[in-house]
Design a protein around this ligand. Sequence first.
Ligand code: ADP
Ligand code: MG
Ligand code: MG
Length: 885
Amino acid sequence: MNKFVYLFKEGRADMKALLGGKGANLAEMTNIGLPVPPGMTITTEACTEYYRLGRKLPEGLMDEIKRNLSVVEQQAEKKFGDLKNPLLVSVRSGAMFSMPGMMDTILNLGLNEDTVQSVAKNTGNLRFAYDAYRRFIQMFSDVVLEIPKYEFEDILHRQKDVQGVKYDQELTPESLRKIIDSYKELVQAKTSNVFPENPLDQLAMAIEAVFRSWNNDRAIVYRNLNKIDHDLGTAVNIQSMVFGNMGNDSGTGVAFTRNPSTGENLLYGEFLTNAQGEDVVAGIRTPRPIAQLNDEMPVLYTEFSRIARLLESHYKNMQDIEFTIERGRLYILQTRNGKRTAQASVRVAFEMAQEGLITKQQALLLVEPSQLDQLLHRQIDSNATLNVAAKGLPASPGAASGEVVFDADEAERMDKAGKKVLLVRTETTPDDIHGIVAAQGILTSRGGMTSHAAVVARGMGKPCVCGCEAIRIDYAKQEFNIGTIVIKKGELVSIDGSTGRVILGEVPMKDPEISKEYTSLLGWADEFKRLGIRANADTPEDAKKAREFGAIGIGLVRTEHMFMQQDRLPYVQQMILAETLEDRQKALAHLLPMQEGDFYGILQAMEGFPVTIRLLDPPLHEFLPSLEELLVETTELRITEKNPKLLEEKLMLLKKVRALHEFNPMLGHRGCRLGITFPEIYEMQMQAIFNAAARLTKEGYKVLPEVEIPLTIDVNEMKFFREKIEVIAATTMKAANVTFHYSIGTMIEMPRAALLAEELAEFCDFFSFGTNDLTQTTLGFSRDDAEGKFLPHYLERKILKENPFVAIDQKGVGKLMRIAVEGGRKVRPGLEIGICGEHGGEPSSVRFCHEIGLNFVSCSPYRVPLARLAAAQAAISDSENIGTR
Ligand code: ADP
Ligand code: MG
Ligand code: MG
């Protein structure tokens, strides 16, 4: 039989798949001697078995639990269900990947009418015992019996009114007793059953509920969002209880070993005295900063700081720690790698390496490449005058403006309707997750830096301001007020998640500044990576930006973007409309100096780094007005009869557009097929490139143009173009009396080109995979049609695991890439091979390119940093050389 239950002392940190993250870390902490209340973990395998059996607990599981429970009882010196000294436990879910607040914890399990009296006697505190009992009934009923929480809250509030008090802590034992009775009546009425009295029954029911909660709606949403496998299952932790609500020498809290927003190396968190677990995370009472614990319980504060350091150096990562103090004794209830902002992530990694805690390689592995994107998020322009109306906690950095909305469903609806919204709530719960996804930012009136809203927003890189107590929300009226200012649903408000400011109206924003930690860390990345990172850029400005972000070349200049500019389009259209070669050459003569200027600027900006220039790619009709537009215009001109000359011109255009019409433009007359039928167009572009190169060389600049032919399928195309390029290059150099290096290559973006790479390589100095077209032609569907229509279903049904336009389809497209690499290098061992297109900025695709031995990836300038880091990580993890301190 499978072993389904592990005592904490039997587990280890690397057993996350089996014990869940929480269980594995509780085990690890137990084994390094930290004060963890004793307990056991029921494995994720038990959960999958539960589902395999059609939602039934595996046979023998409860017996195994009972056997282990007796060990826990010995350690805790209490007995489960005992009348003298009863053991109470918490039942906590914990999957392999942390899913904060996604599943529910039950505290104080084991209480019933008998044991509650023993607890009262042993602690000498009837109020405490009753309070624990009523909390237990409430949590158990919510999570296990699925009776809505608010029905219990109603009873609680009514009793507070009866007694005439405001806070829970003020309730007398008599009031609590009445609440317990009413709770039980409610349960009886709702379930037609008495509230379970037998602790073992309670335990079995709770375990089942945790297993069930793996598949509740919010857990499913969270997993979809974070691409977590739905089959993993959750573990269940059963742990003896410690109490933070036993008076003012007790308390509970959450702390990060470093600041999760900025990364500053300072204990960061919050605590509440005389409170039980969930009070801090639930955001019901606003807790106090952890530093104040030093004033109140200095010895414990020092002890906690020591443990925090220890955990950080043990795990070699910033930790997020939950603790409870029971009558002056400190217990650690959880540790995990802390979620952090991109900014914090970079700073923590850099500083931990500087402190000698980890190696440079380990530091590089600590930062999630896709997180770097967040650093390029916009901030409020510091020169702007702002109408700051209130201030809350800076829970997640970045700035956001949006129309105020008060519920998650409405936020989602408005987002779908194309509006930008700001979700405003007293606090958020996991049920609001779709609203948080839809919103530009989150603003809450209650809850601290570790409240649900704060944690989730940071994970998503969304701006968030929490615990802004100055705002009063009236859900019924759909408005909130700050003092006398009233803000209604739909009005514009901005938040600054880096400072906590709440600002009326929209605000001007600007691009963020790059920190020195960031620059250094990416410098380290360059030391380890093997792939070169280039950028796609069509203008000198983009080229400069690419250099700033660390690109060592341009992997793709799309010349068609230059054709689209307003001053060029008339000549481009003239060229297309030309009936004779002569007319076409006239138009091209106008374009030549313009193109030359473009290439001059880009080659100059790249200071001798390679610049791959792709000759004209799209079908010609893209430069003409649309058929529909022309039909409307010509019809109007016909009716008004005012301008016969214009009508004639438009009719000509219409005729040409009709002639150029294609059933399948993606597979039509484009790319080098244009260059074959209208060689003069490509010749003009070649001439422009070499003129620019010659001029720059004369002026003393270093240049390295790479002429790239798109959409080839056969070696004869390459042969045709190569001859032309060589002739034009030679004559240009001769005429200008200079020499410069250049190279000639092709995009590999048709399956036939990949398959025949061996032949193509004979006439190529480089290949560059156009993975967008290669994906379209390999899968046989166009990106726009697929993403708009059927691809979402393919992903939902898991027919395809990932969107092949986001991450390279390694199985299919990747296979063609491997064939092309092998074929090309067989003929020309030194063949330079890269990839351009947005895949080049996606971490798993970068890793793949590294694996198949490409020389470079090229992506948009903003993704260059990400690609540098991803390339370094690929190199570090495949060399398995993480280095030593
Ligand atoms: P989550 O996955 O939401 O973090 P946890 O399982 O960590 O849920 O439980 C939530 C809170 O319940 C914890 O922060 C802790 O304060 C409290 N808690 C859990 N187990 C115990 C225990 N054995 N003793 C005291 N408090 C506990
Ligand atoms: Mg927790
Ligand atoms: Mg293409």
